[in-house]
Design a protein around this ligand. Structure first.
Ligand code: ATP
Length: 355
């Protein structure tokens, strides 16, 4: 396994030397620790696959370097980097048996047959394809084929890292949870460096120890699931993580008071705002009470989500979401109150400290 360092990586698709290139990756500078389980999380088009392919060597970055354990591998092929990669859609050898598909990368590396047999059987068990071992891959479902691709990524014990690009897209929803849990167990058991690309927050938060949140070609925050939830550094992280995400309201600041439309909101302190900043107030739905005290509001929608309900309302003309227990009543003249503990202030979308 290896520590993977991304040293000031930028990437623009298209010919080199173009004027005003459009950067798919703007400036990525980060170390993936040896043995870490990371998720790269972000919306479609933010640059996750581009970054993964640069790490594996499938794509050459426009600028910057890739280092494995301090050694520059920028100009090495995927093979020479010794990386296993699992893609969104299955890559299997149809004419080979399921067993041989898994054994293939080990035979290529001249691993002794006895060891191959043990590893292949262990992995087949894990992905629940033991009884299919001798069948040709050809007749299998997309779901089963993707399990073979996953198995082929996991079967080698000597790789520097295993990179996954939305590997569960074609997997049946019932199996997704099971496979994710098995991947996590395998990580604990073998300590692979794993990087897992997804746009699904549940997948990222359950799989990874550290989640790398990307937005518009940049990493905006790296943290544990709890850190991302409790202290989002950027409004995008607050909005993207959580269900529903953090409310973001345009606000003016006057000392320790935020002014939203005509309403005044007490802050937990005086925010330290740089000059000329566009300020916003971020508050998670869980820190808002809808009851008989506070600022009058109009309800626009109520969504039942089982034990809880999401109430869509407005605050000083801006939309706001509140989460309530299902059995709590909404008063006939509803009012909103914010818990100052749950309020963050953002200047130009980045979180600021309080004095
Ligand atoms: P998704 O989840 O949809 O796969 P992503 O976060 O993985 O998205 P990328 O596929 O890395 O994002 O794409 C980043 C940006 O680069 C997007 O604007 C995309 O349109 C652009 N892009 C990706 N591949 C190419 C390509 N081969 N040529 C030109 N532009 C590309």
């Amino acid at each position: 396994m290896a520590r993977i360092s991304l040293d000031h990586i930028r990437h623009a698709y298209g010919p080199k030397g173009q004027a005003n290139p459009l950067y798919a990756l703007k400036e990525v500078h980060h170390d993936f620790d040896d043995g870490g389980a990371y998720a790269l999380l972000g919306p479609s088009g933010c640059g996750k696959t581009t970054l993964l392919n640069i790490m594996s060597g499938l794509l050459q970055a426009s600028d910057g370097r890739i280092l494995f354990d301090g050694k520059d591998v920028t100009n090495l092929s995927t093979e020479a980097r010794n990386i296993a990669q699992v893609f969104q859609f299955p890559v299997v050898y149809d004419t080979m048996s399921v067993y041989d598909n898994l054994a293939f990368p080990l035979r290529n590396r001249r691993v002794p047959e006895a060891e191959i047999d043990k590893r292949v059987r262990d992995i087949l068990k894990m992905i629940d394809l033991e009884s299919w071992a001798r069948r040709k891959a050809q007749g299998l479902t997309a779901d089963q084929k993707q399990k073979i691709s996953l198995g082929r990524g996991l079967v080698r014990s000597d790789v520097n890292a295993i990179l996954f690009d939305e590997p569960l897209t074609v997997i049946d929803p019932h199996m997704k949870w099971e496979l994710r849990t098995q991947l996590k167990q395998l990580h604990r058991q073998f300590g692979f460096t794993m990087v897992y690309v997804t746009h699904d927050q549940t997948e990222a938060l359950t799989f990874a120890d550290k989640v790398v949140v990307m937005y518009d070609g940049e990493i905006v925050q790296i943290g544990t699931p709890a850190e991302l939830f409790d202290t989002p550094k950027h409004t995008f992280v607050g909005y993207f993580i959580g269900s529903p995400g953090m409310n973001v309201l345009a606000a003016g600041i006057d000392g320790a008071i935020a002014i939203v439309g005509g309403e005044r909101v007490a802050l937990p302190g005086r925010p330290i705002i740089p000059g000329e900043a566009r300020t916003e107030l971020g508050i998670r739905p869980e820190f808002i009470t809808l009851g008989r005290e506070g600022t009058p509001t109009q309800i626009t929608k109520v969504e039942d989500i089982g034990r809880q309900k999401i109430v869509r309302a407005n605050f000083a003309g801006q939309p706001i979401a509140v989460v309530m227990d299902e059995d709590m009543e909404i008063p006939s003249e509803p009012k909103l109150q914010f818990d100052p503990k749950g309020i963050n202030i953002y200047a130009n979308s980045w979180r600021v400290d309080f004095a």
